[in-house]
Write a protein that binds this ligand. Structure first.
Ligand code: HEC
Length: 109
């Protein structure tokens, strides 16, 4: 029962996130980042405040910085022990998805 409640809670927040994203930024269907945001939330938190002291907050970070950081993970130019966690997360992202993710997190308070 506890597990079910948690699952429902996660689903509700994911729906809330995607609704907010669509409304605030008018993302079109071609850059649907709903599933990506669910992955990011595992470490960076649903509100962009990270879940552990070893992981950075993303909420309110400069949009251009976020684009550069995610692109650098994807392209392998930002590397290291911690960056190794991000490399697979960024690997499959298109430029449009990176732009949408950066916009999303920078708009968070
Ligand atoms: C497995 C945990 C994990 C997941 C999942 C994850 N990240 Fe990260 N992320 C990290 C860690 C750890 C760092 C710090 C890496 C470093 O030191 O370069 C980081 C760093 C970042 C940074 C750079 C922040 C800064 O201040 O320089 C951005 C931007 C970022 N992640 C975006 C994302 C996005 C977008 C997603 C979802 C697609 C995501 N992350 C998913 C663990 C994760």
């Amino acid at each position: 029962m506890r597990k079910l409640k948690t699952t429902i809670g996660v689903l509700v927040s994911v729906l809330a996130i995607s609704a907010a994203t669509a409304e605030e930024h008018g993302d079109d269907a071609s850059t649907d980042i709903t599933n990506k945001l669910r992955e990011c939330a595992g470490c960076h938190g649903e509100n962009g405040i990270s879940i552990a002291p070893t992981m950075p907050n993303l909420a309110g970070q400069k949009e251009q910085y976020l684009v550069a950081a995610i692109t650098a993970y994807r392209d392998g130019t930002r590397s290291g022990v911690n960056a190794a966690m991000m490399t697979p997360m960024a690997a499959g992202l298109s430029d449009a998805e990176i732009a949408a993710l950066a916009k999303h997190f920078s708009a968070m308070q």
